[in-house]
Design a protein around this ligand. Structure first.
Ligand SMILES: [Zn+2]
Length: 146
């Protein structure tokens, strides 16, 4: 219903269906809750350390010797959650843009889910932010690849 290029949602429909019968409200709840859970994951569970233990695997890097636009983005987000800005920028300069999108998605999803008058406006905010995040990712990727 609301396809956005950078949609950070992962709650299954059966969970959302228990929260609301309104399809638009379910989308907004998914925005708000998925972003909140991700932020908690990065901030509290010390994802940075956990990720360091996992070897880096990227199909594009392996095949073409060029990093993909998303290379380092999880490390960057985890570093940002711990306010390690330099490390976040080094991992992927688009990380802060994506983090801002995640925060905006959380805020807009919450406002839109709570106020039916603002649903459409909040969906537009997430959509615009999503295009900005995608642009940031691609721009950083082009600059890093050149
Ligand atoms: Zn990659």
């Amino acid at each position: 219903m609301v396809g956005t290029p950078v949609e950070i949602t992962f709650l299954p429909n059966w969970v959302l269906g228990r929260l609301s019968s309104d399809p638009r409200k379910r989308v907004l709840l998914n925005f708000a809750l998925s972003a909140t859970l991700l932020l908690i994951f990065f901030a509290i569970l010390n994802a940075e350390r956990a990720l360091a233990a996992i070897p880096h695997v990227c199909l594009m890097q392996w095949l073409l010797s060029v990093p993909c636009p998303g290379c380092g983005i999880v490390t960057s987000l985890a570093a940002l959650a711990h306010l390690h800005f330099r490390e976040a920028y080094r991992a992927n300069p688009a990380g802060p843009v994506l983090a801002f999108h995640l925060l905006l998605q959380m805020a807009s999803g919450t406002v839109g889910a709570m106020s039916s008058d603002r649903q459409k406006a909040m969906l537009s905010v997430v959509r615009a932010s999503s295009y900005a995040a995608l642009t940031g990712l691609l721009l950083v990727w082009v600059i890093r690849t050149l």
